[in-house]
Design a protein around this ligand. Structure first.
Ligand SMILES: Nc1ncnc2c1ncn2[C@@H]1O[C@H](COP(=O)(O)OP(=O)(O)OP(=O)(O)O)[C@@H](O)[C@H]1O
Length: 257
């Protein structure tokens, strides 16, 4: 790929103000295919707000979000999903009263753009079910395919959200605190899934995560936000060891001896 090729995803001087408060402050960053970038920073640093501006839940006050070099800053969240930006762990992704299988089947159908009327042909319906079952197998949910999404425990619902996300086949996958609220036995399942997605090396993965052990085990790169600004960007060991992270994020004070 020539050096001048645009990255899969890029933010340039991305900024949002709430009243007088600058929550995300001119963040410029490129995300390449096959990479997993963790976004870390103290509470209130602007991580979720930055995520919301990439996925389209919030409109930027200034700056741009570009996908494959195309400016998508003005697009709605659904339009961005359609273009290939997928975000997990927004409860709105699930239909609680539909079965686990139907949730995934509908996502596949929406990706393929198949209307319900075309599903009268048993063969096309069968292939949707088959693909949905493959994704449920991958996310350890096949045994619960017939249950409603609402009946799943928290960790199961999160895995179902990942199955729905995978069904949409996005190029960019965004995970906001994927292990939050999960029981100890559920955590490795979700981390293995993210590791597997990263292992494909065809996707661009963004992860907001507080737990440094999770970040260390998954990320190729860490960016650090502090007071809305990007203050560090690089390989995990280097960034975690940097004075700005030790001081600003991990709360380690500089020695003045
Ligand atoms: N809709 C909003 N209106 C006003 N202020 C907001 C809004 N959303 C976020 N903020 C402010 O923007 C700043 C960044 O918040 P954000 O939730 O993005 O931080 P964060 O890094 O994700 O924090 P945490 O790790 O606690 O989730 C905070 O000061 C927050 O109060």
């Amino acid at each position: 790929m020539p050096a001048s090729s645009p990255p899969v995803l890029e933010t340039e001087n991305l900024t949002i103000r709430f009243g007088g408060h600058v929550a995300v402050d001119s963040v410029s960053c490129r995300y390449e295919s096959g990479s997993l970038t963790a976004i870390v920073g103290p509470n209130g640093a602007g991580k979720t707000t930055y995520f919301n501006m990439i996925s389209g839940q919030l409109k930027a006050s200034a700056g741009q979000v570009r996908l494959y070099g195309n400016d998508i800053t003005g697009l709605s969240a659904p339009a961005r999903t359609h273009r290939g930006i997928g975000r997990a762990f927004q409860l709105t992704n699930l239909f609680p009263n539909l079965s686990v299988l139907e949730n995934v089947r509908l996502a596949i159908q929406s990706r393929r753009g198949i209307g319900l009327n075309l599903l009268t042909r048993a063969s096309s319906f069968g292939s949707l079910i088959e693909e949905a079952e493959t994704l449920l197998d991958r996310t350890n949910l096949l045994e619960r395919a017939g249950e409603t999404a609402a009946a799943l425990p928290h960790g199961g619902q999160r895995r179902l959200e990942v199955a729905v996300l995978l069904a949409l086949e996005p190029d960019v996958l965004m995970f906001d605190e994927p292990t939050a609220g999960m029981s100890a036995d559920e955590v490795p399942v979700i981390l293995d899934l993210i590791r597997e997605i990263k292992g494909d090396r065809t996707k661009t993965v963004l992860l907001v995560e507080h737990k440094m052990d999770v970040v260390r085990s998954l990320a190729d790169r860490i960016i650090v936000l502090h007071n809305g600004a990007l203050v560090a960007d690089g390989p995990p060991d280097e960034v975690i060891a940097s004075p700005i992270v030790q001081e600003a994020y991990l709360g380690v004070r500089k020695s003045h001896a």
